[in-house]
Write a protein of this length. Sequence first.
Length: 384
Amino acid sequence: MASRSFVQRGAPPGRHEPRPLHRRVGRRRTGWELGRVVVKGVGLCRIPDHAGQQPTQPPPPHLLKPARTTYAAVQTESVLANLLPGIREIRTPLSAGYIWLISLWLAISEYIPEREKAHGVWESAYKLSGAIGTTATFAAVSFVAYLIGCLLEIKARSIVHWFRFSEWRWAIDRRILGNSSYMELEDPRMLHWSENPETSRGDVEFHDYLLPDESLTSVRMPDWGRRASRSSLIDLAVYIRRIKGRGVDVRLALGRFGDELDQLPIRLQSKNLDLYNTYDRATAEADLRVNVGLSTSILLSVIVAKGAAPLLLVIPCALLLIVRGQQKAREANDVLIQAVVSGELESSVLTSDLPRILPPQETRSPATSSEINDGLTDGTSDSP
């Protein structure tokens, strides 16, 4: 045993100096070290050399962990990270497909013959089911349900504008509080939000002056605005005004940004994976709720048509699930907007030249309160 040794790694070629195992005179062998190799179960890990000094204390516990266990943990995390997005992709069409298949079965079950009376296609189907067994039959039915769900799947972002309820035809109401200049009301957080279905888009020009008795004007939100929450739209408007300065047409800028909204998730995936996972989870939840709610409402309608009239009262619950899915879709779009506002994601639309109400050189500075009072007293005001 005393003659055994191993070659020290890292030594220059031709100068390999064999180093004996730790059996120095007067030193008790600890039993946990052999040369510079720490032995713990099935795992091996090397302690770094420190000026050729031998360790006098046992290594920290994390160095003694078996390497195989650490690799297994990392491998498990990698498998889960790759598996979860795939589960999100199939759970929506599979769940909705089962409900659609049950609805179809209830609708045509009375026309399906029993096994003893079946002939033709139905007889062949019964024979095939008996030959392959119950498990294989269930797998085949699940595959059919998945195909039905894929064919009838609806993306939540495609119908999110159908449901607005409390925000139905709402508009941005701008109140001029003792100030006749629009340019001083740059921050949309000063705007008062209310529902006004009689207003139309583009009623007034932003650069026009308004007298105190004409203190209320309105401008419709962008068409895609119903796909995001009010607070996110305000944050986006503030961001546009901050990076583009005074005079930029925020309404048109918001409209152009909406055309780019569907391309932002692809860029977000390469920029910030954690933020993209948050968006992806919200989108998957929205799709699941919308599709399950829609298919459940059809299922309940079929059951009611079969004679169970009291279940008619449950249909609004399924419609409420669709509304919840619509709200989840808004939350997903809010993630994209907040990513742009916080600087995690760059918008090619907002970084390009945007239409302006006034040219940059003609943008007036905010008027002081004394100038406003003088203008109101004289009945005149400065031209923009």
